[in-house]
Design a binder for this molecule. Structure first.
Ligand code: HEC
Length: 298
């Protein structure tokens, strides 16, 4: 039977309360925290094992568009992992997104796999940068065959957010240094008292009240010793979360500047070696006067 059109009079008198409750809105398709985790390690949870850097003559990974753990460049050719980037954007551009001008570059940590492009100095529109990540370039991988449109948009949104101020900029948290161990120092202006409160509220249930409940990098570091030595990395972990774990974004403010302040406050607190000790971690803590924590070091 053909459907009978609903009688307009009846429809108009139906009370809104009689309608079923709307289903919950779907999770936002574009999520810049997810984008940051994809920047960190986009293949966590995907069937992709990167080509091994230890066998430079063979492309011998698993998954991806070629089935061998590689990605194409813009010309479509598979791009090997000989330089050891492992196809992670944080390796190609550094934890500060600045490529060879930033912390991974020759003036600082001097990582051989870093690319020239400074993502924070670009002027691309959202769509232009999205297309660049999608297709790749002469020396960077195209992610369009391994990420969904929503994932690509989330990644682009993360990079543009850091670049244009919606998210914290690394310069608001730490400063590059050619002489400091780790090649950075924390900025002044952190409030360790507030930071300790935020850690108690947000981190302690997983990391323990003193940050030793979970050790990182094959038990090398506690939360405190990691941040005292690698805050250039941890700012991104706190902002975006840790790929593949229940740790999501840990900042709650709505502006980049306020989020940066939350991160700096947390770092100032984590520079207290008594409150956040090394516990059973294998690597040594920082010595007195270590300049990374600077005046925050206790
Ligand atoms: C829901 C649990 C959870 C919460 C809440 C949480 N984390 Fe995590 N965090 C984890 C897990 C799990 C890891 C991964 C540990 C690993 O890689 O071995 C992690 C990793 C990290 C790392 C990365 C270490 C590395 O070597 O890569 C940092 C830094 C960190 N957390 C800091 C924090 C801070 C600071 C807070 C609070 C503001 C916080 N986390 C809140 C579960 C949590």
């Amino acid at each position: 039977m053909p459907a009978t059109p609903a009688a307009p009079a009846a429809a108009e008198t139906t009370a809104p309360a009689a309608q079923p409750a709307p289903s919950p809105a779907p999770a936002a398709a574009v999520d810049d925290a997810l984008g940051g985790r994809l920047f960190d390690r986009w293949y966590t949870g995907k069937d992709f094992t990167p080509d091994s850097a230890k066998t430079p003559d063979a492309i011998d990974g698993r998954g991806g568009p070629f089935g061998n753990g590689s990605l194409p460049r813009a010309d479509g050719a598979p791009w090997s992992n000989a330089s050891g980037h492992d196809y992670r954007l944080k390796n190609l551009f550094g934890w500060d997104l600045r490529g060879s001008e930033g912390i991974a570059g020759p003036k600082y940590q001097n990582k051989k796999q870093v690319l020239a492009k400074n993502l924070l100095a670009g002027k691309e529109s959202f769509d232009e940068l999205l297309a660049w990540f999608d297709k790749g370039s002469t020396d960077s991988p195209g992610l369009g065959k391994v990420l969904s449109q929503d994932e690509l948009r989330s990644l682009t949104s993360f990079v543009i957010g850091v670049r244009d101020g919606k998210l914290p900029h690394p310069d608001q948290v730490w400063t590059l240094s050619t002489t400091s161990p780790g090649r950075y120092t924390l900025n002044a202006g952190g409030d360790a008292t507030r930071g300790a409160r935020l850690i108690g509220e947000r981190c302690a249930r997983c990391h323990g009240a003193d940050g030793t409940a979970m050790l990182f990098d094959d038990d090398e570091f506690s939360l405190g010793t990691h941040t005292r030595q690698k805050a250039y990395e941890d700012w991104a972990k706190i902002l975006n979360g840790q790929p593949g774990t229940k740790m999501g974004r840990q900042v709650k403010s709505t502006t980049g500047k306020e989020m940066a302040q939350e991160i700096l406050d947390i770092f100032a607190a984590l520079c207290d070696r008594k409150a956040f000790p090394k516990g059973a971690a294998k690597a040594a803590d920082v010595p007195d006067k270590d300049v990374r924590c600077g005046a925050y070091l206790r």
